[in-house]
Design a protein around this ligand. Structure first.
Ligand code: 13P
Ligand code: ZN
Length: 267
């Protein structure tokens, strides 16, 4: 079978990035079984031949109407597919979908009829918002980092910006590279439209959003940058946990030091 990636180097390069990040998620222990999902808006890499591809699946409802996605193409991890398999064989463990003109349904067009992630409503809602914002963001990721998810089991950390300030204060880079901090979405049923809507609400203020007792979502210009934001937050969580394991409460950088950083980096 001919892959959609053949003779399309720009599209293939995007899928390579997805595979690379999928490998990191597995190596980090954030992707047990099928845990987590990745989607990338690949519309700019699609030519007339791809646009004319017939559907290879029935038409599925998204569950919500997303007006900015009309005619867009996305690479999506398949539901129930393992990240570690996506890393090695992305086109067998994910697929390219096309959003229908009603902006409320989609069809799979390539390579195989692999049904997209169960969190598609959240992913597509994030992409709809990214297009509306006009910042050129193309990637969305959801993953289950052990340290960050563990922190959401403490109600005090779920208050607005408590976790953001704690994580920023562990190492200066976290503030520099995750300047908007970490939004909190109170627990909602996985895969639900309610979860998608709450995620979009939190993304008004943040590029990274925590789903209480479940996982993290991040958006970015490409999948590397979305991953990096979760990675720096997880590093801070590790520093906090390591200090606690050594038997003391970490002091954290001072508010003055953080303000100085904010001015210096124009955050
Ligand atoms: P999928 O296998 O459907 O992508 O689900 C994984 C997950 O993390 C759900 O929240
Ligand atoms: Zn999940």
């Amino acid at each position: 079978m001919k892959s959609i990636l053949e003779n399309r180097p720009a599209l293939a390069a995007e899928i390579d990035k997805v595979a690379e990040v999928a490998g990191y998620l597995w190596q980090k222990g954030w992707a047990e079984r099928n845990g987590g999902n990745i989607t990338v808006n690949v519309t700019e890499h699609v030519d007339d031949a791809v646009r004319a591809l017939p559907a290879i699946s029935e038409r599925y409802p998204i569950g919500t109407v997303l007006p900015h996605l009309k005619g867009c193409f996305f690479f999506c991890k398949g539901t129930n597919r393992r990240m570690r398999d996506l890393a090695r064989r992305p086109m067998e463990n994910g697929s390219v979908i096309r959003i229908a003109d009603d902006c409320a349904s989609y069809e799979i067009v390539a390579d195989a009829p692999v049904k997209p992630t169960s969190e598609l409503a959240s992913h597509l809602a994030m992409h709809n918002k990214m297009i509306a914002d006009g910042k050129g963001y193309k990637a969305a990721i959801h993953t289950h980092p052990i340290d960050l998810v563990a922190m959401t089991h403490n109600p005090a950390f779920l208050e607005k910006d408590v976790l953001t300030n704690l994580l920023w204060s562990m190492i200066p880079e976290t503030r520099a590279f995750c300047p908007k901090g970490l939004g909190i979405v109170p627990y909602k049923m996985p895969s639900s439209v309610e979860l998608a809507e709450a995620t979009i609400g939190a993304l008004q203020e943040y590029d990274v959003v925590m789903w209480e007792k479940h996982g993290v979502c991040a958006v970015g210009p490409d999948i590397f940058e979305a991953f990096d934001q979760i990675d720096v937050l997880s590093k801070s969580a590790q520093i906090y946990l390591t200090a606690k394991a050594m038997g003391f409460e970490p002091t954290g950088t001072t508010q003055e030091q953080m303000d100085e950083l904010k001015r210096a980096f124009d955050l």
